[in-house]
Design a protein around this ligand. Sequence first.
Ligand SMILES: Cc1cc2nc3c(=O)[nH]c(=O)nc-3n(C[C@H](O)[C@H](O)[C@H](O)COP(=O)(O)OP(=O)(O)OC[C@H]3O[C@@H](n4cnc5c(N)ncnc54)[C@H](O)[C@@H]3O)c2cc1C
Ligand code: FES
Length: 306
Amino acid sequence: MNPVRPLINHRLSGRSNGVNPIFQLDAKVIEQAKVAEESFILSLEAPSIAKTIQPGQFVQIRCIPRYDPLLPRPFSIYRVREKRILDILYEVVGRGTRMLSETRKGDVVNLFGPLGVTFSYPRPKHLSILVGGGVGLAPFYDLAEALIDPKRGKQRKEDVIILLGARNKNRVFCEKDFRRLGVHFEVATDDGSYGFKGLVTELLAKHLRATRDERRTTQLYACGPRLMLRKVSELSKKFKIPCELSIDAHMPCGYGICFGCAVKVQTKDQRPKTQDPQGKGSENHFFYKLACVDGPVFDAKEIVWD
Ligand SMILES: Cc1cc2nc3c(=O)[nH]c(=O)nc-3n(C[C@H](O)[C@H](O)[C@H](O)COP(=O)(O)OP(=O)(O)OC[C@H]3O[C@@H](n4cnc5c(N)ncnc54)[C@H](O)[C@@H]3O)c2cc1C
Ligand code: FES
């Protein structure tokens, strides 16, 4: 029996390509590699998803074949190989990811995707800065690869900068992969045990001051803990640089049914839409979007941080 079956036509919005089918399949584990303390890359054979998924989108994985834990967990795609293998970079934080780390070559995990909207590409000759806080680096190999692809992002390798923020040198991963790709890669560690000493947002601010002095047109992307995203968002506002954020939210379903991943956003003109459909002047200039279908990628200007 073919384990691959399109689920439903996804209500994709934003930078999606219309009606993408979602595939659900039992994927064979090709490899489980430890890349740092409590961090792994899981390689899964999933050709239908590998052929269609785009940078920024994610998959929902049932961490073991049984239904406990019941809910799937969302993961970005670190890398797609040979149009059939999905590499997932993940950190063990709880029960589901612990179980995932115990799967071995030949085991099977159930997953579905692609889900969510994609990152957008800047116009050629922009500088792209991609900021990953810890395992927030996960979607950025795939994005960096797309950015320097002559048919997709059309950027030069030297114009793509990856900044990784890590607690210490034992938490630094994937440096070799990015260096092999030929993009610029820098690390900030909280304790200074590797690379820049300090927060990755301090390293980012240093880069943004330099790009402002050089008058470079720049595009920012960030993924990581909420506090880091908030700071990146403030910096993008201060330096007037467009910025896309991949928002981490609990995602019980992953396709717009449960409303468990609501994200508070504001409209460009600050007028409420969903909350006050008649536009009669509610005090609250916000409404909610769903991170799983309207995101996980959002324009930083949209997010309400309180
Ligand atoms: C779109 C998207 C893409 C993601 N991509 C990756 C990825 O590539 N690699 C990776 O390691 N992680 C990723 N995550 C986060 C990952 O889904 C969670 O770490 C995972 O669900 C935790 O499951 P668990 O059963 O191990 O933890 P649980 O036992 O469910 O929870 C353990 C702790 O983690 C917190 N937590 C659980 N899920 C989330 C969440 N989604 N956001 C914030 N805190 C959470 C809980 O509150 C709790 O404190 C992504 C999340 C989203 C929304
Ligand atoms: S996760 Fe269920 S609506 Fe988004």
